[in-house]
Design a protein around this ligand. Structure first.
Ligand code: NAD
Ligand code: MG
Length: 395
């Protein structure tokens, strides 16, 4: 059976891996729409190659470029926020939600509200507005398939029992490129250092989040919403080989784990498959060749972002939304060379401390989440060093 697919964030790391899977099964997929931020040339090529019906760029100033790229192809296109929403709402069986950061909230929710099955990579949607997303998905009857490797492994492991028999879940972390670094060394880390991820090639924001272990913290919040577990039922363990991605602990002492080579095409193929699994060019797992799998407890003293995210999850309410907004400001400031790596946690902590006194409930809608996100960004910008603040005021 042929499935219709829309890809939000088609030019990014997850978008490209999704295209890789689709190219291996062209007969099974028809591409409805593709969306990207501002690269007209890259999006135009993807739309042509996939024979998409519609292509949309978030950057409203790039419409003429995109039209020129698509000239003569018959592919409709648009640019700006409304064009992105139009793409997200288009008829499709599956929408791969792989826009990076809070920018993914509106389009991902628009796809969900149209009843689409969502293959969710954009974890920030659940971190910022998880309660609203899960409630709306349940009301509409839209399915959210976890595409994040850990959550995809947990979803697959969960098939071994029923959720009421689950004691807890563990997500694994590679430990990132700074796993063995001292705080002193991290103080001088550059954006290029964060790009040296041990197992995955990813977008620049998630590279920084992986280096700070904020990514793992965001994933604990993501797991809380996806599987309905409490903070004390969720933990993370560092596992540098990244062969085990997630573990489900059952009440009888059994543990079911999800294993695979660290390759995002594997969870993507799971999300795109129907009743039968997709045959893709994935490496066969050879444990004898790997030799040993090692584990260590995450060091929250060296990686305070993980501690802050755990705290935000326990705190609940709007705290994860504040945490995420502050992190996006701090990561952008770090990538712009305006603050040091260790300042990321400081900016997030100061923002969360300021937010704690405001004691806000969890956002009940995407609009509320975006308004709290804007509030968080204002606090975070004021927590940046003075020299960094003016240029980042638009963040
Ligand atoms: P990326 O930066 O490589 O790609 C982001 C994509 O979003 C690009 O296509 C970009 O053009 C598009 N985009 C950016 N701003 C946009 C906007 N305002 N409107 C529309 N499109 C916009 O990021 P990535 O590494 O592919 O990650 C995407 C998401 O998937 C993130 O939420 C990340 O946490 C999650 N994720 C990534 C990985 C991975 O291995 N890369 C793994 C798990 C989860
Ligand atoms: Mg992950």
């Amino acid at each position: 059976m042929q499935h219709t697919l829309t890809i939000l964030g088609a030019t990014g790391s997850i978008g490209r891996s999704t295209l890789d899977v689709v190219r291996q099964h062209r007969d099974r997929f028809r591409v409805a729409a593709v969306v990207a931020g501002s690269n007209a040339s890259a999006l135009g090529k993807i739309a042509r190659d996939m024979g998409a019906e519609f292509a949309a760029l978030a950057d409203g100033t790039k419409l003429a470029d995109l039209r020129a790229e698509l000239g003569g192809s018959g592919i409709a296109c648009g640019a700006g926020e409304s064009a992105v929403i139009e793409a997200a709402e288009r008829d499709a069986d599956i929408v791969v939600a792989a826009i990076c950061g809070v920018a993914g909230l509106g389009p991902t929710h628009a796809a969900l509200a149209s009843g689409r099955r969502i293959a969710l990579a954009n974890k920030e949607s659940l971190v910022c507005a998880g309660r609203a997303f899960m409630r709306d998905a349940a009301e509409i009857g839209a399915e959210i398939l976890p595409l994040d490797s850990e959550h995809n492994a947990l979803k697959q492991a969960l098939a071994a029992g029923v959720i009421d028999d689950v004691l807890g879940m563990t997500v694994t972390a590679s430990g990132g490129p700074f796993r063995t670094w001292t705080r002193e060394r991290m103080a001088a880390a550059t954006p290029a250092d964060t790009a040296k991820h041990p197992t995955y090639s990813m977008g620049e924001k998630i590279n920084v989040d992986s280096a700070s272990l904020m990514n793992k913290g965001l994933e604990l919040i993501e797991a809380h919403h996806l599987f309905g577990l409490r903070a004390d039922q969720l933990d993370a363990v560092v596992h540098p080989q990244q062969i085990i991605h997630g573990l489900v602990h059952w009440r009888d002492g059994s543990v079911t784990a999800g294993l695979a080579h660290p390759d995002m095409c594997v969870p993507i193929a799971d999300c795109l498959s129907g009743e039968r699994r997709l045959d893709i060019a994935a490496r066969r797992l050879d444990l004898a060749a790997i030799g040993s799998l090692t584990f260590e407890a995450p060091d929250e003293a060296r990686f305070p972002c993980l501690r802050l995210a755990r705290w935000a999850l326990e705190e609940g309410g709007a705290m994860p939304t504040f945490l995420n907004g502050a992190n996006e400001v701090a990561v952008a400031a770090f990538l712009a060379g305006r603050i040091g790596f260790l300042d990321i946690a400081r900016v997030v902590e100061e923002t969360c401390e300021a937010a704690a006194s405001r004691s806000r409930p969890a956002p009940a809608s995407v609009e509320e989440a975006l308004s709290i996100d804007a509030e968080s960004r204002r606090i975070a910008v004021s927590a940046l060093p003075r020299t960094a603040a003016p240029a980042l005021a638009g963040l």
